[in-house]
Design a protein around this ligand. Sequence first.
Ligand SMILES: [Zn+2]
Length: 218
Amino acid sequence: MVMSDSPTISTPADSPHSPANLISELCASFYRLGWVTGTGGGICIRAHSHKVYITPSGVQKERIEPSHIFVLPYPQAEPSPHTDRISLRRPKLNLKEPACTPLFWNAYTIRNAGSCINAHSQNAAMATLLWEKEKVFRISHQVPIIDSMPNEADLKDSMKKAMEKYPRAAGILVLRHGIYVWGMSPSNHLGDVWQKAKTQTEVRVKMKLAGLPTVLDE
Ligand SMILES: [Zn+2]
């Protein structure tokens, strides 16, 4: 549903500083780095507290253009696979919003996040397999691992439970799938948050594969 009486928002493609431009640039770099693959994964940014910019599904991540980005008002009834989401702006092309929208919403409502990334990097998926029994990936803090589901949107409740159980976790790993990582405020350094998580994941996966202890008391 598109709000017909919604306040006019600038077309994301109009401004080089628009989150829509940032998202398409980040998607292309993340694709080259192997953090997102094909059409999988996604990014969302909450700007000015009340507009959420989200990548579409079904578009190769390195080919996402600013005009492909969905803009949703925040707050709104929590998006789920079964509710009609309200949009401020939908792409002119007939694109679908990603299945991860309800999970991104967890990051906003539970953590007051400014942005959230769903990455499908091999290291993240490998970490879930190496720590599958423990259900927790321990770095400087703990990152819970939740089971995957055929429909990604249905992870919403198990992700929420894990976020409540581990209030300090900066992300949630999804078994054989990837990771959801969020940053705390709209002005945060998105790259910073994610690069830290990525580096930590890569280093720990390599240590574990080499048979080395990955936390001091292990
Ligand atoms: Zn995903």
